[in-house]
Design a protein around this ligand. Sequence first.
Ligand code: ADP
Length: 453
Amino acid sequence: MIAVSNRISRPAKGASPGGLAQALSEALRGSNGMWIGWSGDFARPGSDLEIERDGDITFGLVDIAEDTYHRYYEGYANSVLWPLFHSRPDLAERTPGDFAAYRTVNAEFADAVAEAAQPGDTIWVHDYHFLILAEALRARGLAGTIGLFIHIPCPPLDVFRRLAEARTIVRALTAFDTIAVQTRRDAARLAECMAATAEGTIRTSRGGLRVDACGGSVHITVKPIGTQPAEIRRSLETARPAEVEAYLARAAGRTKLIGVDRLDYSKGIPNRLLAYERHLEGDRSRAGSTLFTQIAPPSREAVAAYAAVRTEVERITGRIVGAFGDLASSPLTLLTRPLDRVGVAHMLANADIAMVTPLADGMNLVAKEFVAAQDPHDPGVLVLSKYAGAAEEMVDALIVDPHDLDEMAAAITAARTMSRGERRERHRSLAAVVERTRIERWLGSCLKDLAPS
Ligand code: ADP
């Protein structure tokens, strides 16, 4: 098998691999496979696919020319596809030449895969960076199974239609044999977008949907991704970082709320801060008995919409701290830098309430990590947006609409006053979801779909 993703996680580069990277590495080890991705370098003239062995995994490293990379990555992928797929067409920013760069990168990756592949190899492609890769691979004669996993949400048809390249992309999608998405909602939306754009048909097939269009036939399946609960529990056995200890001393006796996200407009960070402000406005004495910590390292800072949401988050934070803090303490802490995995696990484990309130999200792993990190005997409460993919399964969270600030403020109150019995019952159900979808199981299920029948 050959896996393809934009970023790869190379231990030799000191990468601390996330759950997906670890699981993928395991699978590739088992299948004698290769993982192809961007080398992290800009192209040197005439550079070919560079092969690097790391332990028993083989990486295929692709250089991309600097200007092409920016147009493809910050440009088409993150200024057009990401906002559109997250139902924010208002934030899409098109620059002439960006789609051409996206096409170039897909073609260059197709060349790399074609160079590395043996006849009949299975190719497993990841995410919105490579929606048109299968078509380029077929053009290079690859005949094996080609699968795509889309990590982000799929947009409804009326949003997808606004994409100038909608037809081109749908035609290219029909070159995949199978496309897996996070939720049933995404599967239905993707099938509708494809069928409506390319005058195709949809039918149910083997527990999923099948779209026949442009002479191709694509099986769409639902594979909700998960986390590694055992790994999180192991992290909790290691000593708490000094910074977390100091935080716990400061937070002693208060209800601790937590948010952990990349600083992305899709995460609904302003909305949850505004809801918290409303909660404090309801009774000013709450400011002394609560501490909300939002960890939000900036991401994709070259894209204007990301700078804008950072400014907004900092503005609201400043207002809350100014209005509700005093000389002794503050009810809100904002950290705009990353914390390491162990630190995040301890922060999640010690929180009473997790605020996971995206406006759109493929899955949202923080929701699952919070549940995995909590003490089942005295668990905290998950406040979860109905727009997170996770909400399709984690129905025993306190489900909220992040656009409804009153509802979210009420959910914070409900979480603070929830009986231990109810918290345990909800946690039991949520923990079962986390176990059922843990990353190894997700991987096994994806690989089964990709296996030649
Ligand atoms: P996305 O992939 O859109 O960033 P997810 O919630 O699905 O969102 O996954 C994010 C992953 O990154 C989780 O494993 C989470 O623990 C980690 N993460 C998110 N925010 C931070 C942060 N501020 N510091 C460290 N790790 C983070």
